[in-house]
Design a protein around this ligand. Structure first.
Ligand SMILES: Cc1cc2nc3c(=O)[nH]c(=O)nc-3n(C[C@H](O)[C@H](O)[C@H](O)COP(=O)(O)O)c2cc1C
Length: 259
C-alpha cells in the first residue's frame, strides 16, 4: 500500500476487474530488508521507475495522470509519489482500506487478508479491523534477520483467533510433513514460495508442476503413515489433540487411535 490513497483505490479497482476476488495486504515489508547478496549480483527489481518491480504501480492510469508516463530515473520523484515502499501505515488506516473507501466497496464484500502476522495481539487487531483471514509468516525469514519462527507463533495465534478467521501459514514449507504440522497446529491452509520457484527455474512450468505434485504426494504419505485418512476431516478436526513436536517426528498412528 503506497502513499497516495487515490492510487491505492485505482490499484484495487484494477485487481477486482482483473478477476482477483480476495485482497491480501502485506504488512511486514513496507521497506525491503538489506541483503548484501542481492547488491552483489545487482538484483534489485525496484531500482528505477521502469523496473519490473514497479510496473503495477507506475503503469496505473491514476499514477500516470498525476506523475506522467516518463519518470526520470534518478529524479527521486517516483519514490516521493510512490506506489512502492517508504511509508508505514498504521492500524488506524485499515478500516479505510478494508471497508470505508476501498476493497469491500469495490468487490461487493469479498474477503480481505493481512499477510505478515507474527503475534496473537496483531492477529486480534486484524480481526477487529474486519479481516476474514491472516497469513502467519515471517516472509520466509528473508527480511528481518533473527525474526521469530512462524511455526513457533502459530499455536498462540490459533488459540486467539482460530475460530474467528482463516489462518494461512507460510515460511519454510518444503515437505509434506511441514504442511501436516502446520495444519495439525491449526492452520487452515499453507502457501509455498521458493519451493515452486526452484522447480520453475529447473524446468519451467513442468518443473513447477512436478514440485507441487511431489509436495502433495509427500503430504498424502505423511498423512497415511501418521494414521489419518484426510486433512479436512481428520487432521484439522483433531488438531487440538495433536501436540507440536519440535523434534520433527510426525504424530504416530497410536495417537490417532486415542482420538
Ligand atoms: C523472490 C521472492 C519474492 C517475494 N515477493 C513478495 C512480495 O512481493 N510480497 C509478499 O508479500 N511476499 C513476497 N515474498 C514472500 C512470499 O510471499 C512468501 O511469504 C514466502 O516466500 C514463503 O516462504 P517460502 O519461500 O519458504 O515458502 C517473496 C518471496 C520470494 C522468494
Amino acid at each position: 500500500m503506497g502513499h497516495d490513497d487515490e492510487i491505492t483505490i485505482s490499484l484495487l479497482e484494477r485487481a477486482w476487474k482483473s478477476g482477483f476476488d480476495v485482497c491480501m495486504l502485506t504488512v511486514d515489508t513496507w521497506q525491503l530488508g538489506w541483503r548484501p547478496t542481492d547488491i552483489n549480483i545487482a538484483n534489485y527489481v525496484f531500482y528505477y521507475p521502469g523496473a519490473v518491480g514497479n510496473e503495477v504501480g507506475t503503469s496505473d492510469p491514476v499514477f500516470m495522470r498525476k506523475h506522467g508516463q516518463e519518470l526520470e530515473k534518478d529524479s527521486g520523484k517516483w519514490i516521493d509519489s510512490s506506489v512502492w515502499h517508504g511509508k508505514a501505515h498504521t492500524w488506524a488506516k485499515m478500516p479505510w482500506l478494508i471497508k470505508e473507501a476501498s476493497w469491500k466497496r469495490i468487490s461487493g464484500g469479498r474477503p480481505f487478508v493481512i499477510k505478515g502476522i507474527q503475534s496473537a495481539e496483531d492477529a486480534l487487531k486484524a480481526y477487529e479491523v474486519g479481516c476474514e483471514g491472516i497469513v502467519v509468516t515471517n516472509h520466509a525469514g528473508r527480511q528481518v534477520d533473527g525474526a521469530v519462527g512462524s511455526l513457533e507463533v502459530l499455536p498462540e495465534i490459533v488459540a486467539a483467533v482460530g475460530d474467528k478467521m482463516k489462518i494461512i501459514f507460510d515460511s519454510g514449507v518444503r515437505t509434506g510433513s511441514d504442511v501436516f504440522k502446520a495444519i495439525a497446529l491449526g492452520a487452515h491452509a499453507v502457501m509455498v514460495g521458493r519451493l515452486y520457484v526452484w522447480g520453475m527455474s529447473h524446468e519451467g512450468e513442468a518443473g513447477c508442476r512436478h514440485v507441487m505434485k511431489s509436495l502433495l504426494a509427500d503430504l498424502d504419505i505423511t498423512m497415511t503413515v501418521a494414521g489419518y485418512r484426510s486433512i479436512t476431516e481428520d487432521v484439522h478436526r483433531n488438531k487440538k489433540a495433536l501436540k507440536y513436536n519440535p523434534s520433527g517426528v510426525a504424530p504416530g498412528a497410536n495417537e490417532h487411535a486415542k482420538l
